[in-house]
Design a protein around this ligand. Sequence first.
Ligand code: NDP
Length: 318
Amino acid sequence: KTVCVTGGSGFIASWLVKLLLQRGCTVKASVRDPNDPKKVEHLLALDGAKDRLHLFKANLLEEGSFDEAIDGCDGVFHTASPFHNPTSDPEAELIDPALKGTLNVLRSCAKAPSVKRVVLTSSVAAVICNDRPRTPDVIVDETWWSLPDFCRENKMWYVLSKTLAEEAAWKFVQEKGIDMVVINPAMVIGPLLQPTLNTSAAAILNLVNGAETFPNLTFGWVDVRDVATAHILAFENPEANGRYCLVESVAHQSKIVKILGDLYPSIKFPEKCANDNPLAPEYQVSKERAKSLGLEFTPLKQSLKDTVESLKEKNFLT
Ligand code: NDP
C-alpha cells in the first residue's frame, strides 16, 4: 500500500511513519522544509526509509500544496496542524492552518481517485470543551462535541482550531463522498523520535525540570505508540468509521506528579498547585470504540517513564 502522512516530521507523525514503514507500506510524507535536518534526519534513518520513504515539501496554507504527495496514495493520514500557544494572532497561527489546511488537504484527496480512506488526526479537544459538566461519574464519549462559542469565550484557541477543522472536514467529506475516519487523542506522551521538543512532551518536561508548581489542570493521557497504531487500525479495518477517542486515563497534574515522584525519587517535583482553586475535577472518557478497533492501551505509568527516559536521552533535562 502507498500512503501519505501530512506533517511527517511531527511527534505523532514520526511514529506513524515508522510503524507504516515497518508494515511494508510506501510512505509519502509531507514536511514544510525538507532541507532542515532536524525535521527529516530521524525519518530518513528509519528502517525501510531508504527504499520506501519519499519526502514532499508542502504547506497547509498553500492551495494545492499536497497534490503531489497525495496523488496515487491508497490512504491519507492528515496529522499536520499547529499545536502550540499562539503568541499574538490565533487566527493566523492556529485557526487558518488547522481549518483551511484541512480543507486544502481534503481537496487534494478529492482530486485523487486512488484514495480509499482518509484518517484525520483530530483531538479530544474537539470533543470535551463545552458547557456540559465534567465530574468523576461523567463518561465522555464520541457523541460529544466542543462548542466553538464556548472556546471563543474562554480563549481556547488551539481547541477552537481543532473543533472547526474537524467540523469542516466532516461536512466536506459528506458532500464529496470521501471515506474518513477521525482519531481524537488526549494529551499524547511517550518516547520522542524527533530531536525537537513538542508541546505535549513539554508538559511533562516542565514538571521534571524543577517547576515550582503544577498547573491546576486535568487531562486525558495516551501513549504516542498507541495513537500511531490506532491510526493504522483505523485505515486497515474496513469497518472503522466515525470518531475514536483515545484516552488511557484521565488524571489531574497532581496525580502525574505523584506517579513521576514514585518513579524518580531523586528528582524534585513541584508539591504545590499553581492556584488555590479546587482541583479541576477528573472525569472518564469511553474506551469502547478504541477497543473495538483492537487497540490495547499502554498504562499511563509506563508512558510517563518512557517519556522521561526519552527526554533524558535527548538531553532536555536541566
Ligand atoms: P507536532 O508539533 O510535533 O507536529 C505538528 C505538525 O504539524 C508538524 O509536522 C508541523 O510541521 C505541522 N504543521 C504545522 N503548521 C503547518 C503548516 N502551516 N504547514 C504544514 N505543516 C504544518 O505536534 P503533534 O505530533 O503533537 O501533533 C500532530 C497532530 O496531532 C496535530 O493535528 C495535533 O493537533 C494532534 N494532536 C496532538 C496531541 C498531543 O497531545 N500531542 C493530542 C491530540 C491531537 P513542521 O514540522 O514543519 O513544523
